[in-house]
Design a protein around this ligand. Structure first.
Ligand code: OOG
Ligand code: MG
Length: 254
């Protein structure tokens, strides 16, 4: 296990890459990190962000679909943290200059109605969800050429960079809804069934990850279940995610 000090140093490297909008080499080039180490770096990274005033707003899962696993060559679920600094309002402008090499992906968002103790053996996250919405996630790996190991991407807070959530609707079955992403010339189509068979399974997976990785689950938190399709480059213009029965969410990149 790396020391707290090393975790802080590596978090600073990733944080600086983000704030200076410049990529950084894979940590694996210089460090041998375990998955536990990687989550310690992620925690230190979040601590840096909250220390400068950012507020945690939820959690995200990654690599919950075959399409994402195949695109990035990673085949195990990851969990990362969202903050208010990453939030983009529905329809708002996104400044591309803030990012290194952003991509965008279609997501399903859940909202937690209450605090959940992941160590409670009777906890059922699906029971604690009061709303769902279509969402967009902007990912921006801090690693050169978006190339990373599993441990790298965990340390880098799962490439989290931005997210936008559409109008919340009362919780409902979202098991197999058509998903369509349009972004400039890029198109991606899929179904919410690509997310671990159904997005509700992402909630089950999240509860398990939260237990093992000390991720708090709080009332009002947004949960991104993981992209249903591969990500596409985020380029100037309108990006829209439409999910059948849930509506749409758009952002405008400049
Ligand atoms: C990691 C983030 C993966 C998802 O929805 O699968 C993710 C990456 O692809 O850089 O957010
Ligand atoms: Mg995602």
């Amino acid at each position: 296990m790396i020391t707290q000090e090393t975790a802080g140093t590596l978090a600073a490297v990733l944080d600086d890459a983000q704030t200076s909008v410049s990529d950084t080499p894979s940590l694996a080039d210089t460090h041998t990190l375990t998955v536990d180490d990687a989550y310690a770096v992620q925690a230190a990274l979040l601590a840096r962000r909250t220390a400068r005033g950012e507020r945690p707003t939820g959690v995200k899962l990654g690599f919950t679909s075959e399409a994402k696993m195949a695109q990035m060559g990673v085949s195990e679920i990851i969990v990362g943290r969202l903050t208010d600094a990453m939030r983009v309002v529905d329809g708002a402008e996104v400044e591309l200059a803030r990012f290194i090499h952003p991509k965008v992906e279609p997501e399903v968002a859940f909202r937690l109605a209450q605090d959940v103790d992941p160590h409670d053996p009777d906890a059922d996250l699906a029971d604690c969800v009061d709303a769902v919405a279509p969402a967009l996630e902007i990912i921006d790996s801090r690693y050169r050429d978006f190339r990373f190991t599993y441990e790298d991407v965990v340390a880098d807070n799962t490439s989290a960079a931005g997210y936008a959530v559409g109008a919340w609707l009362p919780a409902r079955d979202v098991s197999d809804l058509a998903v369509r992403l349009r972004s400039g010339e890029s198109r991606a189509e899929g179904t919410t069934a690509a997310i671990l068979g159904a997005p509700v399974n992402a909630l089950r997976a999240l509860l398990d990850m939260a237990r093992r990785r000390d991720v708090p689950l709080r009332a009002g938190d947004t949960v991104l279940a993981g992209a249903a399709t591969a990500a596409v480059p985020l380029t100037p213009g309108i990006t829209t995610c439409e999910i059948a029965g849930l509506g749409r969410i758009s952002v405008r990149s400049v």
